[in-house]
Design a protein around this ligand. Structure first.
Ligand code: 5GP
Length: 201
């Protein structure tokens, strides 16, 4: 059985990557969303075990100490991490997995698993990013400014990714992401058994 593909999906806050991913999941098959652990409080409508595992600092520390995190990062005074076990199990079963993580975590994953496929979602412009960040009204003004500055730094990390997709419209961006996923799945390096089956069975 071929090992599954690990997709790493990043983009600064306000690029709308969550919305794009929702659209992608409407059509793609055999792709699993890795649920991260976080110490931040749930936002309205967020569900434990679906959006995140909402855990406290002590539990986060315990998971790091016992080697249960594939990667973790501190961002805006909260911590976020990818639980390793679920990801490994799915990849071993030949299932593809997508991590929606920020750029430092993505760098750590690339170092540990260089075979992963990383996709960066970018806003069409900084002006549009600011508009999207301030339009969502979930944070106070200082946090919005901090998120904007962080987003600019994160944009510089786009150079390290395998693919970049500009989120001009959700539909177009999702279509391009789906195209990347399909193309990666069709790589000969991942389909040697398909060729053997055709030739020898
Ligand atoms: P939010 O608080 O808006 O849900 O997420 C803030 C940032 O943390 C986003 O850029 C998101 O992609 C990132 N993030 C979520 N889960 C993880 C994780 O497990 N690891 C890392 N490194 N970043 C994460």
């Amino acid at each position: 059985m071929e090992r599954g593909i690990l997709f790493v999906f990043s983009g600064p806050s306000g690029t709308g990557k969550g919305t794009v991913l929702k659209e992608v999941f409407k059509t793609v098959e055999n792709l699993h969303y890795s649920v991260s652990a976080t110490t931040r409080a749930p936002r309205n409508g967020e569900v434990h075990g679906v959006n995140y595992y909402f855990i406290d600092d002590a539990e986060f520390d315990r998971m790091i100490a016992s080697g249960e995190m594939l990667e973790y990062v501190e961002k805006f005074t909260n911590r976020y991490g990818t639980p390793k076990k679920a990801v490994e199990e799915m990849l071993e079963k030949g299932e593809d997995v997508i991590l929606e993580i920020e750029t430092i975590g993505a760098e750590n994953v690339r170092r540990q698993m260089p075979e992963c496929v990383s996709i960066f979602i970018a806003p069409p412009s900084l002006k549009e990013l600011w508009f999207r960040l301030t339009g969502r009204n979930t944070d106070d003004e200082n946090i919005e400014k901090l998120r904007f500055e962080t987003s600019k730094v994160e944009l510089m990390c786009a150079y390290n990714y395998d693919y970049i997709v500009v989120n001009d419209t959700v539909a177009h961006c999702a279509e391009q992401v789906l195209g990347i996923i399909e193309a990666e799945r069709c790589k000969v390096s991942r389909n040697r058994k398909v060729i053997e089956n055709i030739l020898y069975n």
